[in-house]
Design a binder for this molecule. Structure first.
Ligand code: ADP
Ligand code: ZN
Length: 527
């Protein structure tokens, strides 16, 4: 290890040039680095790809001692360590998935003052053994990566992060720097409180990514919608399709291969060897599509992801933004498409209601889910809407999201809403969307016949509109909470608080016209 150069006492600029090869700091990096150099605490909020790592790597090299980086993601740790060692930095990781012998080597290097940066998992750090070991070392700083994990309000709560509050008493003179890409005001407050860093300087970069083009569509013809989205960047860079289940990833990858795409599935149930093989090809830079569960993406740093598609609605704006944030890290125009459905929204609400999570956590999750639902149905600029979730206001509409390019009109749907709600009520609040539409349209289906629904007064009251049109109305009534799932089998019932005023005619219902319906007709008719 002795051959590694050392930089203690050098200026941050020198380290930035000599070690990392960059000409200058970007955005708020310089001030964040200076804060740590001055022994003060910092909280850095920047989007994925914003350049958070340098904020602790540079001061760790300039200062005496080893910089401790707490990170929950082992894969990410390994990547960072490998990258740093290539740059000639004495970096190492310590986590429970390492060979025992390797752990010993790292601990030895640590005690012999042979490390500049040590990445460590929170579980590992919090063992009495590690804490004692570190107590005997000189620490240059403590970085807490993915700091939002400390917040029960956050989308990725990890209880062990709570224990990190004690770091202040244990290492009172070591500056701490917390970093995250999640920036809603509530999470921010939680981080400062839970990590006991009330005086931290806050550095918040803009989360606005001008090269991301946001688009959301009701799911009508999934495969066609996917193919249309992929065709935009045909043959260039990578695309990620987030699927709702492992099975779906396999199916989607197979279907895309049949269409001539290089496509792979990726999910947590695959063997480590298979996963590694996919990651290797993904990193090689060849054009491809990955159909994945959300297990894919942690620490994925391919700059030319051109497209990110969600086949199901994420359950929080934070998760959504983090996932689409994997697109366009090279700054080039990149497109995202969110497909959503009434059933998906209702199912997400249903499972959350049924969840055994503590009440306060559940409330937080419900709040985020409802923000996400509003985001899908918004008629305003989608970029403004998503940034608003992080407490950031964009003065002007972005000009290139789907709603900006093609502003949706709204229409009075009071009568249509009443027809839907009456149909649900009269049929006994137990049928799914397909059967409800059959009744509205007066179609004789097997279920209609079996339950003698053709004799009801609501049978055929919606003949004048198409199935897709009724789907749109039902979906938006779900979104506004007038309809909900009554069991796990997909039957729908009224949610009285929102449904009653509509049925009584006390409130008018304005719905958005789905522009994508027209667009899709063109797609469907393409050869
Ligand atoms: P984050 O951790 O915020 O997701 P990273 O620290 O991984 O972001 O940085 C994202 C990319 O930006 C990396 O490829 C990094 O090398 C590059 N980068 C960061 N800071 C600078 C800089 N000052 N000049 C040039 N490139 C930078
Ligand atoms: Zn917009």
């Amino acid at each position: 290890m002795d051959s590694f150069p050392r930089y203690i006492g050098e200026t941050p600029e020198t380290v930035l040039h000599r070690v990392f090869g960059f000409a200058s700091f970007r955005g708020l990096q310089e001030e964040a680095v200076r804060t740590v150099m001055n022994d003060e605490d910092a909280l850095v909020l920047m989007p994925t790809g914003g350049g958070k790592s340098l904020c602790y790597q540079v001061p760790a090299l300039c200062r005496e001692g080893v910089g401790l980086i707490i990170s929950p993601l082992i894969a990410l740790m390994e990547d960072q360590v490998a990258g740093l060692r290539q740059l000639g930095v004495r970096a190492a990781a310590l986590h429970s998935e390492m060979e025992y012998q390797d752990q010993l080597t790292v601990q030895e290097d640590l005690t012999c003052d042979q490390l500049d940066l040590l990445y460590i998992s929170p579980e590992r750090l919090l063992t009495p053994y590690s804490l004692n070991l570190l107590k005997r070392c000189r620490l240059s700083l403590i970085a807490i990566d993915e700091a939002h994990c400390v917040s029960a309000w956050g989308h990725d709560f990890r209880p062990e992060y709570r224990e990190l509050a004690h770091l202040k008493q244990r290492f009172p003179h070591v500056p701490r720097i917390a970093l995250t890409a999640t920036a809603d005001p509530r999470t921010r407050r939680d981080i400062l409180t839970a990590l006991d860093m009330p005086d931290a300087h806050i550095f918040m970069g803009s989360f606005h990514r001008e090269n991301l083009f946001l688009q959301a569509q009701p799911k009508i013809a999934e495969m066609q919608q996917v193919l249309t989205a992929l065709s935009r960047h045909m043959g260039q860079g990578a695309a990620i399709i987030y699927c709702g289940s492992r099975k779906k990833t396999e199916l989607m990858a197979r279907q895309l291969r049949e269409k001539g795409y290089t496509a792979f599935a990726f999910h947590a149930g695959m063997s480590p060897a298979d996963k590694r093989a996919v990651l290797l090809r993904f990193r090689s830079g060849e054009p491809m599509v990955i159909a994945a569960t959300i297990a894919f993406g942690m620490g994925i740093d391919r700059p030319d992801v051109r497209t990110v598609i969600h086949l199901e609605m994420p359950t929080s704006p934070e998760g959504y933004y983090q996932q689409i944030g994997r697109a366009g890290r090279d700054g080039e125009a990149s497109h995202t498409l969110l497909l959503y459905s009434g059933e998906g929204v209702a199912r997400a609400r249903y499972w959350l209601d049924e969840s055994q999570a503590p009440e306060s956590e559940k409330k937080a999750m419900q709040g985020r889910l409802e923000s996400m639902i509003s985001l899908t149905e918004t008629t305003g600029c989608r970029t403004q809407a998503v940034l608003a979730c992080f407490g950031e206001s964009l003065n002007e509409p972005c000009g290139h999201c789907d709603n900006c390019l093609n502003p949706p009109s709204t229409f009075d749907a009071t009568e249509a809403a009443q027809k839907v709600l009456s149909t649900i009520y009269r049929t006994g609040e137990r049928f799914g969307i397909v059967q409800l539409i059959a009744v509205l349209k007066g179609k004789m289906t097997e279920a209609v016949e079996r339950h003698a629904l053709q004799h009801l007064s609501v049978f055929g009251i919606g003949k004048d509109k198409s199935d897709i049109w009724w789907r749109m109305v039902i979906r938006q009534l779900i979104a506004r909470g007038a309809i909900g799932m009554v069991g796990e089998h997909g039957g729908f019932g009224l949610r009285r608080d929102a449904a009653r005023p509509i049925l009584r005619g006390d409130v008018a219902v304005q719905l958005r016209e789905d522009n994508s319906l027209h667009a899709l007709k063109n797609v469907t008719s393409r050869p």
